[in-house]
Ligand binder design. Structure first.
Ligand code: FES
Length: 87
């Protein structure tokens, strides 16, 4: 089981506990942490988050990502992670 610490839009850090078998987007939705998304397929880039700590398994995607950025719909945690909603 992994912990996801996420800084939400209100500036509060929430901790979610997940098994790592679902995308980060799905896990955030399940735990009522809302982020932007659209395609859920790694094409639109609207679900970009910043990975502050930890590692994820990231699927191939066409969206150009800067260092430290991940797509929530295309990544699953492989360790405890800390993420922030991109501003
Ligand atoms: S929702 Fe479109 S890239 Fe993630």
């Amino acid at each position: 089981m992994f912990r996801i610490d996420v800084d939400n839009i209100n500036g509060k850090t929430e901790s979610l506990y997940v098994f790592g078998d679902e995308s980060i987007l799905t896990e955030l939705e399940t735990h009522n942490v809302l982020i932007n998304y659209s395609c859920r397929q790694g094409h639109c880039g609207s679900c970009i988050l910043k990975l502050v700590e930890g590692d994820v398994l990231h699927q191939e995607c066409l969206v150009p990502l800067s260092k430290g950025e991940i797509l929530a719909c295309q990544s699953k945690p492989t360790t405890d992670i800390k993420i922030t909603i991109k501003d």
